[in-house]
Structure formats: structure tokens, C-alpha cells
Design a protein around this ligand. Structure first.
Ligand code: PAF
Length: 287
């Protein structure tokens, strides 16, 4: 078992390292994170280790993807614990850039993706995806990976990044890995730590409403409006909940759909506040 992980903060050093790895014909798997790692992140690292010669994980709490009203300053952090978890998994390198190096005073570029960022998360967090795509493009340029690993929990984020990679001609494969849940169904998230005991129970309404939607579809319901209405009723029955959206989109196009059709794949998506904590969850539906 490894007890230490080599940590690189300098952009010059990560460029040198990944250049050398490419010269040695080593495949690079990359898992970008904002730290405070949980089983969901670790499953991405394991997937990368299975499929690449070298695995690099980044931890960077990216300020530009948080709106001023959001939780940047309180976002949970525990670098020493994260390093230990990554070392235990045999992760090869941790890239831990500084905010001042990533966003120097004269920084003035950004990458933004258009249509797909306007709906759902984009409607409730209008500046979020521009921050995500900009930092992910920077991280990709630092690490130049062959494969990257993103969690399905942030399904829209994965779709936005896939679109960016396609449009910007990055030679990088995006792998989307399944959601990892607690035993009782709550999707793992760094933000779950903010939930008090009652809210932790109440938060189960997200996964329960996804299950309800799946049951309705299995019973033959095809009109999304009816399915979403039942989900909303269940979510609104919990007094700490404040629903942002429930929606059903086609997996590939991420377009909102009115009807569930045969031979197509869909995501049923939820964003909901439980108390002050905003949570998201989704279910992949293969028809
Ligand atoms: O999903 C996340 O943790 C972040 O949005 C990401 C992809 C690391 C970009 O900051």
C-alpha cells in the first residue's frame, strides 16, 4: 500500500511530467475534482487506474464556477485526508494548482458552450458552466490526458464537457461513470456534509422521487408531464425541500423531452434544496 502521493502544484512541472509520460508512450487517465473526496470520486480513480498506465487526479476548488451567493468559501476541504485516500488507491500524481497561477490578475479568456448550458442547471446557475468549461479546458491543457473520468451525478456537466471536447477538437475521451450511493439511496456528494440529521433523512426524497418516476414508466406511463407532476408532489411533501427543477432529457442531445419513446436513453434529473444545501441527482433510463 502506498502512503504518499506525489503532489505537483506548478504548471511548468505538470507540463514537463505529462510531456515525459507521453514520450514514454504511457497512457494518461485524469480525474478532475474539487476535493473532499468520497466513494464517487474514488470509483472514478479506480476506473482510470484499470484503463491507463498513469492516473492523475486534480484538486482545485474553482472559484469561477461559484456565483457570489454560492458556497465557495464554505466548500468543504480536507487536503490531507484526500491525499491519504488517493495514495491508498495507488493514484500516481495529484495536481493541486494555485488559484493565483490559474487565474492571474491579467487573466482574460474563457471557454463557453452555448445551447446546452442554458437549461436546467444553467437556468438556476447562469454563470456556472462557463466557469466549469474554462477550468476544465485549462486542466486538460495542463494534463493532456488520453482518458478523463466524470461522474454521472453531474450528468449535464458531463454533457457540456463532451460538447466542448467535440467542438474544440480536444483529443480526449470523456468517460461517464455511474452514480455511487449511500446504502439508503442518497447520491454521494461532498455537499452532503452540510445536511443536519433531519435534512439527511429528508434528502432521501430525491432518490425516492427518481424511483417513483422509474416505477411509473415501468407501469407504462410515457407522458413526462404526468411523471414529473408525481415527482414534484412527493418532493414538495418534505418540509425542508425547495425544488429547482425535475426534468427528463435525452441522454445524447440533452434535449428536454415530452414523451418517453422506445429504444432511446433518458436522464430523469432533479435539483432541489434541502434546507440550505442544494443537491442534484438523476437516473439513467434505458428504454
Ligand atoms: O465536478 C467537479 O468537481 C467540478 O465541476 C470540476 C469538473 C472538477 C471542475 O471544477
Amino acid at each position: 500500500m502506498h502512503d504518499k502521493i506525489e503532489t505537483i502544484s506548478s504548471i511548468d512541472k505538470i507540463h514537463l511530467l505529462t510531456k515525459k509520460l507521453r514520450q514514454e508512450k504511457k497512457s494518461i487517465g485524469f480525474v478532475p475534482t474539487m476535493g473532499y473526496l468520497h466513494e464517487g470520486h474514488l470509483s472514478l480513480v479506480s476506473e482510470s487506474k484499470k484503463n491507463n498506465d498513469v492516473t492523475i487526479v486534480s484538486i482545485f476548488v474553482n472559484p469561477t464556477q461559484f456565483a457570489p451567493s454560492e458556497d465557495l468559501t464554505t466548500y468543504p476541504r480536507d487536503l490531507e485526508r484526500d491525499k491519504k485516500l488517493l495514495a491508498e488507491l495507488g493514484t500516481d500524481y495529484l495536481f493541486f494548482p494555485n488559484v493565483e497561477d490559474f487565474y492571474p490578475d491579467d487573466f482574460q479568456s474563457h471557454v463557453s458552450v452555448n445551447e446546452i448550458t442554458k437549461i436546467l442547471e444553467g437556468e438556476f446557475r447562469p454563470t456556472h458552466f462557463k466557469g466549469v468549461t474554462t477550468v476544465v479546458a485549462m486542466l486538460f491543457n495542463c494534463v493532456m490526458p488520453d482518458n478523463t473520468y466524470f461522474g454521472q451525478k453531474d450528468a449535464q456537466q458531463a454533457a457540456v464537457i463532451k460538447q466542448m471536447v467535440k467542438d474544440m477538437k480536444f483529443d480526449i475521451k470523456i468517460n461517464v461513470c455511474p452514480i455511487i450511493r449511500e446504502e439508503d439511496g442518497l447520491a454521494m456528494s461532498s455537499r452532503n456534509v452540510f445536511l443536519d440529521e433531519k435534512e439527511r433523512q429528508d434528502a432521501l426524497v430525491l432518490s425516492k422521487s427518481l424511483k417513483l418516476a422509474e416505477e411509473l414508466i415501468n407501469e407504462g406511463e410515457r407522458e413526462t408531464k404526468k411523471i414529473l407532476t408525481e415527482m414534484e408532489k412527493l418532493i414538495n411533501s418534505v418540509d425542508t425541500s425547495q425544488l429547482d427543477y425535475v426534468s427528463i432529457v435525452e441522454v445524447e442531445s440533452f434535449k428536454i423531452t415530452d414523451r418517453i419513446e422506445k429504444n432511446k436513453n433518458y436522464y430523469i434529473l432533479i435539483a432541489c434544496k434541502i434546507g440550505k444545501t442544494r443537491l442534484i441527482d438523476n437516473k439513467l433510463l434505458k428504454m
